[in-house]
Design a protein around this ligand. Sequence first.
Ligand code: ZN
Length: 334
Amino acid sequence: MSRRSGFTNSPLATRSIISPNKTSGRDAILGITPHVTAGTGTAAGTAEWLARPTTKASANYVIGGDGAVVLGVDEKDRSWCTSSTANDKNAITIEVCNTVAAHPWPVSDKALDTLVDLCTDICRRNNIAALKFIRDDKSLAGKWSEQNLTLHRWFANKACPGDYLISLYPAICKEVNSRLAGNAPKQISKDNPAPVVRPVLRNGSNGGAVKELQAKLNAHGASPALSVDGGFGPLTEAAVRAFQTAKGLLVDGVVGSQTWAALDKAPQAVTPPPAPTPAPEQPASEEFINADEAIAFWMSVGVIGSPAYWQNKVKEVPWLGKLLNAQAEYARMK
Ligand SMILES: [Zn+2]
């Protein structure tokens, strides 16, 4: 039996809404790329949208907030999902609907538990021995034997699959691998802290979220440092705008999902401006003991320039610099 004819689909999918946005055939299934939809739709609604030719995107599976699974592209075919042909040739792609369409892009507990079920099933049917996640590191792309849970954000300027799901990848892999080893399934959502969803903050906002914002702005080097008082006033707004400018974000002074996401990243060490390169310590020419003697020499060998010209040169530049300049000028004019 050829490898191609060995491809199967997951029995967890209760519906098929096959998208035309795909490429027939694929390479061996070596890993899984979960995505988030950045929307709160259902699995079927999302799959229908992905099946429109104008969407020009697809996924092998879609998981809804209720845990429903819809097949969008047969596993034997390559979905158009991860902004990387190479990735999608080797990965099964899964779109997971969000519960809140904002950073950190949370998903429901039912969707999370279904994602674990589906990942386990994909590994079993495709002889993937273990699901592996080391870290969110693009240099691991294509190194399927090291890390076969891959991330859309490696291949496009996107948050996908979002910080919430990524924070759960170690737990997802642990549970999938436990099941692959024959252990009884557990629902990882049971031990899972509720995702923190940040409110949109602007001038006039107040409370605990503003305190968190002010502390994070300070950690990112707000200057002057803000007092962490929970009141979003002009100073906080100025710090937000400075931060947005530094990060290349839309500069509107409003803290939405993009700004929160940037604030949640580790602050970069403030890089001091490079120290001016000191002039190399040139030993003074042994031929001259002072500027006057050097000037006399340049004049004597016929370098163009009046004594006044050279006197000004002496004032303009310190002795070593003047000598070097004079030497260069001499070479040029000679
Ligand atoms: Zn994605």
